[in-house]
Design a protein around this ligand. Structure first.
Ligand code: ZN
Length: 452
């Protein structure tokens, strides 16, 4: 279903959250100063931006056709969560439906500033069909009024969590083509030196053609090559958390993402969460129920308490053959690959690159590049395939910009400048249309999410 195909590019557009052609951020109005006005509007706008809205308002001659028009989709929320609010909106430049995300709590403190800046940088860096990237960042207002960042991305209709819990049938072809795309995206991210650290079905967006994109880089970071340096253990949703994190390892690698993919692969086959525990300790117990008691070697990076917990308990034998009972789709090939991902010792777990070479994924690759990808194309004499089915990135993502960030004000200025630099393309910049009813509703939803 393509909701925007019949969209008419007329005066109705100005009713949406986005407006285009907004000139460069105007200087702030002379008064009142921000500090003197506690009731300043949430999204202050310069006079030029207001004038632009007014212009578009006058052009709109048939208000009766807006919002409730037969084929004009209204802007509406499509997702909530710790990540903020995501809206499905119309890009007024081409009438296409896109996703608009408001980055939450950007300038609260230095930590959140850095986190958001890192995520923004990543979203602008990514160029891969199976990784969500920024199509646009909305034009920021003058720096004195710069409080919010809005990112426009491609609109995806669903995610893997919604699909798995839905009643719709999932064939083994679905499982193969989804897993192929997850690993294809992950191979790219890992080649960029990035750990996602929150791979879960809800962060794998899927459109109506079954194209899958990895999203939400709020917890992502560059890999740490120095094993002596501690990394946070406050990562990955519990059900998908790798055993080394559950066991308190101070250092981990991109293989934590592969563990999550293994859990998702099993969930695709069985349509239920593989390790659904109530607590991190029970999570570890469920893992050892399946894999057996790990060897001392496999626990070498664990913290003392976690190792003691394992050694105190009964010695468990592995029970991997139960994976064949996940579903009729759990063939020998599928279980073989699954067992290469669900390996307790991270250094022995398969990499995304090697997983892609597993025969289980051959059909997924063929299907993807035959009718879903953008890297191959069809001519009158047949399909022309790309020379590289699973591309990597070179150079890696560079997080050197994080080194000298020392104050909220400084980061704010750098982000402001960064966004303006992104706008240097040929497209007309986008900004928020604060006059729209949809925008007021957007702000209300965003505020509600913040309180939760
Ligand atoms: Zn292709």
């Amino acid at each position: 279903r393509n909701g925007y195909k019949c969209y008419k590019n007329d005066g109705r557009l100005q009713r949406g959250v986005l407006s285009s052609g907004c000139p460069s951020p105007a200087p702030p109005p002379p008064a009142p100063a921000p500090s003197a006005s506690p009731h300043a509007p949430p999204s202050p706008r310069g006079p030029a931006s207001l004038a632009a809205s007014g212009l578009r308002r006058r052009r709109s001659h048939s208000p009766a056709t807006d919002l409730h028009g037969c084929c004009c989709e209204p802007d509406r929320p499509i997702g909530y969560g710790a990540f903020g609010v995501v809206w499905s909106v119309t890009d007024p430049r081409d009438g296409k439906r896109v996703a608009l995300k408001k980055m939450p709590n950007v300038f609260q403190n230095l930590v959140s500033c850095k986190r958001v800046f890192r995520e923004l940088k990543m979203l602008c860096f990514f160029k891969h069909e199976n990784v969500l990237s920024a199509l646009d960042i909305l034009q920021p207002p003058h720096i004195d009024y710069f409080e919010e960042i809005y990112v426009v991305t491609e609109l995806m209709q669903s995610d893997l969590h919604k699909i798995i819990v839905s009643p719709q049938p999932l064939s083994s072809d679905h499982a193969k083509v989804f897993l192929y795309q997850i690993l294809r995206g992950l191979k790219y991210l890992h080649s960029a030196g990035i750990l996602h650290r929150d791979i879960k079905p809800g962060n794998l967006l899927v459109n109506s053609n079954c194209v899958l994109k990895i999203c939400d880089f709020g917890l992502a970071r560059v890999e740490e090559s120095d094993e002596a340096r501690h990394m946070t253990q406050e990562v990955v949703t519990q059900y998908y958390r790798a055993p080394e994190i559950l066991m308190g390892s101070r250092h981990y690698s991109n293989s934590i993402d592969i563990w999550s993919v293994g859990c998702i692969f099993a969930e695709l086959l069985g349509r239920r969460i593989l390790f659904q525990a109530q607590s991190p300790i029970q999570q570890l117990d469920l893992i050892t129920d399946l894999l057996g008691t790990p060897s001392m070697e496999a626990m070498r990076t664990a913290c003392e308490g976690a190792r003691a917990h394992i050694l105190r308990g009964p010695h468990k034998q592995p029970s991997l053959p139960v994976l064949y009972t996940l579903s009729s789709q759990a063939t020998h090939e599928a279980v073989h690959l699954l067992c290469r991902m669900l390996v307790f010792d991270p250094s022995k777990r398969i990499s995304a690159k090697d997983a892609l070479a597993h025969p289980y994924l051959d059909e997924g690759r063929l299907r993807y590049h035959t009718c879903m990808c953008k890297c191959c194309y069809t001519t009158s004499s047949g399909r022309v395939y790309t020379s590289d089915f699973e591309p990597v990135t070179n150079p890696k993502f560079d997080d050197g910009f994080e080194k000298n960030l020392s104050s909220v004000r400084q980061v704010k200025e750098i982000i402001h400048q960064f966004i303006l630099e992104q706008q240097k393309g040929s497209r007309v910049p986008l900004c928020i249309n604060p006059q729209s009813a949809a925008f007021k509703s957007f702000i209300r939803h965003a505020a509600k999410t913040r309180k939760k």
